[in-house]
Design a protein around this ligand. Structure first.
Ligand SMILES: Nc1nc2c(c(=O)[nH]1)N[C@H]1C(S)=C(S)[C@@H](COP(=O)(O)O)O[C@H]1N2
Ligand SMILES: [Mo]
Length: 372
């Protein structure tokens, strides 16, 4: 190679790339962003995210699936491997439950330096009514080995990620897989699952970040050793240095988001409101512990005031909760912040960086210009 030609900056296999200082979002990230859309934040107004507005994240391609011939195999460390068709599953006891999903990469694009991946701002969230059948009785019927430790869920999608060819597969600790809330779901908001959300069958594991809710589910394998597949051992780890193994990403950390007030500028998305009473509202959630408090700052984080949090809804413990705040807006530029607290802690106001940009629940900052 000629000495004056810079080497192409390829990430070594298995390594996530971090953007150089000042490097803008690239066409590779744009390509991901156009495939994987977020939920427009004005849709925070709905208890249940309307069809088409729920965020989508798909690592590879949406596989072609024929519900009539779809089979789910349950095997591995079980006494009686099972093969089930969709209608076998649909004849079993059905449950409908309202559950929020959030991508573990939500907020990644605002980290500095920026982990190069799906460049989410804050829209990788949605809440749906999911219908399916509990997983635990199926595992029981298959006869779990007493030595079982992990359950691996494999989708029909296949691709390459950081140099590693794979079926999308995620392992879950056995104790999570047998929770009564773990469902195999075939419907979303009363309709068959749409292709992009996992048709005809996906896992729902309430409280966990999105990556655990495996779509296009074809296999469930019980393991007597911890799963070491790519999406558990390499991806979805909280690590600062590339060489550390890092803690696994598991349950959703607390977050509150503001439904954008007033009206936007088309290009900058900056918000405008008129001075006076400006009701602020949004949603708050956590997958690891109940939300206990939501606070709002209208002065860039110098002072905080309690928002009114909707009472906990025992019927929907894994959905988001509404909050409201009565702001009296004075003319001039403002920065509105909102943060949630759950029984384990509060959202950080300074970034807690990790190299894959995972489970980052840095508080949202919304510049608002208040007009006379
Ligand atoms: N088979 C399969 N399941 C998958 C994924 C995938 O790429 N393949 N993406 C996961 C990730 S990272 C997220 S955030 C959620 C997104 O679910 P949604 O597209 O229904 O919102 O699906 C998860 N399940
Ligand atoms: Mo995700």
């Amino acid at each position: 190679m000629a000495a004056d030609v810079a080497p192409v900056a390829l990430a070594p296999a298995g390594r996530a790339r971090v953007a150089d200082p000042g490097e803008g979002v690239g066409l590779d990230e744009l390509a991901l962003a156009t495939r994987n859309h977020g939920m427009p934040l004005e849709a925070l107004r709905y208890d249940v995210t309307p069809p088409g507005l729920h965020y989508v994240l798909t690592h590879f391609d949406i596989p072609a699936a024929d519900p009539a011939s779809w089979e789910l195999r349950i095997g591995g460390a079980v006494d009686r491997p099972l093969t089930l068709r969709l209608d076998d599953l649909m004849r079993r006891p059905a449950v409908t439950t309202r559950v929020l999903l959030e991508c573990a990469g939500n907020g990644r694009a605002r980290l500095e330096p920026r982990p190069v991946s799906q460049p989410w701002l804050l829209e990788a969230v949605g809440t749906a009514e999911w219908t399916g059948t509990p997983l635990a009785p199926l595992l029981e019927e298959a006869g779990l080995s007493p030595a079982a430790v992990d359950v691996v869920f494999t989708g029909a999608d296949h691709g390459v990620e950081r140099g590693v060819e794979q079926d999308y597969a995620r392992g879950l600790p056995l104790a999570e897989a047998v929770r009564p809330e773990a469902l195999l779901v075939w419907a979303m908001n009363g309709q068959p699952l749409p292709p992009q959300h996992g048709a005809p069958l996906r896992l729902l594991i309430p409280g966990w970040y999105g990556m655990a809710h495996v779509k296009w589910l074809t296999r469930i394998d019980v393991l007597t050793e911890p799963f070491t597949g790519y999406q558990n051992a390499t991806a979805y780890r909280l690590k600062v240095d590339a060489d550390e193994s890092g803690e696994p990403v598991t349950r959703i950390r607390p977050r509150a988001l503001l439904a954008p007030p007033g009206w936007p500028d088309f290009m900058t998305r900056e918000r405008f409101v008129r001075a006076g009473a400006v009701p602020l509202s949004g949603r708050a959630w956590s997958g690891r512990a109940p939300v206990t408090r939501v606070e709002v700052s209208t002065d860039g984080g110098r002072s905080w005031d309690d928002a009114v949090l909707a009472p906990a809804d025992a019927d929907h413990p894994f959905a988001w909760r509404a909050w409201t705040y009565a702001w009296t807006a004075t003319p001039g530029p403002h920065e509105v912040l909102v943060r949630a607290t759950d029984e384990q802690g509060t959202q950080p106001v300074e970034q807690e960086w990790n190299r894959q940009g995972m489970a980052n629940n840095l508080v949202q900052r919304v510049p608002v210009t208040v007009l006379d």
